[in-house]
Write a protein of this length. Structure first.
Length: 352
């Protein structure tokens, strides 16, 4: 587990260090506007002051939204502050998340600290997971909260049912809940508590690493990622078989070449290529999964960034399921790896 965390930390450092350069060497952040009204952005410090007519998808160190968002807001970063109103859903992952405006749909947030401020209203449900959750607004739907400490203000009100898992919470919480209140009080134990906290941190870190990698690839190589996703969609089984064969054949071939006189350099190149392919293999798979789910659930089109973010979140949740998560990740990697191999083979064929 510690090795996995170290690898993710290194990956995050590398990815976020090159993120600004993918948008332009002279820019620290970027915003891309589509013809349908959606806006995508990434970088260090992002501030959106104008109203957004579609979806808003951002990833960065510090994110501040002062304008209103007509559809959904999806964000990931170190600190996220939403001062404007969001007509759709908010899906946010980060260190500190503050919601100071109204939310027309659901609020889904995972982070170290989560704030729903006084005067804010969530028309739908809330799904929150964090170390410190502070609620002082109104929730018209149901709630599901997992926290180390839950704090509520004088203006907090949840009109539906609340399922709570927390170590500390207000003793008079039932007075603020209109429906049924179900509480599971976690017991602080030295090792069990550390393991649980590390698990949440690892989940968020892994998701942020996946988002950073995917956003960079989609923004920098949109055609390549789209074409790989099409291969995954059209030849899923074939891609899985090819991926399995590549995972076996390439290391064996590299090992054989390593013991030849002039093959050691080619052997190293093959191993590096395989490592790079494995690293990016799940990106087109997540993009395709997010596209399918988004189109079926929301019944409308969106941009690749939205599709990928939804797919990455789905896979991050699946990864947390014992055994099934590891199996799903391995299969997705095989399919993506095979799709890359099929795409390269198609490009290598001479045109007639």
């Amino acid at each position: 587990m510690r090795n996995k965390l170290l690898s993710l930390l290194v990956l995050l450092t590398v990815l976020f260090s090159v993120l600004p350069f993918s948008a332009g060497a002279a820019e620290e952040s970027y915003l891309e506007y589509t013809s349908s009204g959606n806006v995508f952005g990434g970088g260090n410090d992002l501030q959106v002051d104008q109203d957004i007519q579609g979806d808003l998808v951002l990833a960065g160190s510090t994110i501040k939204i002062n304008g209103n968002v007509m559809d959904d807001f999806i964000g990931a970063g170190g600190e996220l502050t939403v001062n404007g109103d969001v007509s759709g859903n908010i899906i946010a992952f980060g260190g500190i998340i503050r919601v100071n405006g109204d939310v027309g749909g659901d609020l889904v947030a995972a982070g170290g600290q989560i704030f729903l401020s006084q005067g804010s209203t969530v028309e739908g449900d809330v799904l929150l997971a964090g170390g410190d959750v502070n609620l002082n607004g109104v929730v018209n739907g149901d709630g599901s909260v997992s926290a180390g400490t839950l704090r509520t203000g004088e203006d907090f009100e949840l009109k539906g049912d609340l399922g709570l898992e927390a170590q500390n919470y207000p003793s008079d919480l039932e007075n603020d809940v209109g429906g049924n209140l179900s509480v599971t009080r976690t017991v602080q134990e030295q090792y069990a508590g550390e393991s649980r906290g590390f698990g949440i941190f690892s989940f968020i870190l892994g998701l942020l690493a996946a988002l950073a990698l995917g956003f960079i690839l989609i923004y920098t190589f949109p055609v390549f990622i789209s074409e790989i996703s099409e291969v995954v969609r059209d030849s899923t089984l074939k891609a899985g078989i090819v991926g399995f064969l590549l995972l076996i054949f390439v290391p064996v071939l590299s090992l054989i070449l390593l013991f030849t006189v002039f093959g050691w350099s080619l052997s190293i190149l093959l191993i590096l290529f395989l490592a790079l392919a494995v690293l990016i293999a799940t990106v087109p798979v997540k993009l395709l999964a997010g596209t399918i789910v988004y189109n079926k659930v929301f019944k409308k089109e969106a941009g690749k960034m939205v599709y990928y973010l939804l797919g990455a979140v789905i896979f991050a949740i699946v990864y947390e399921i014992p055994f099934l998560g590891s199996l799903a990740g391995f299969i997705a990697m095989l399919i993506g790896l095979g799709a890359i191999g099929i795409w390269l083979a198609g490009r290598a064929k001479p045109e007639r």
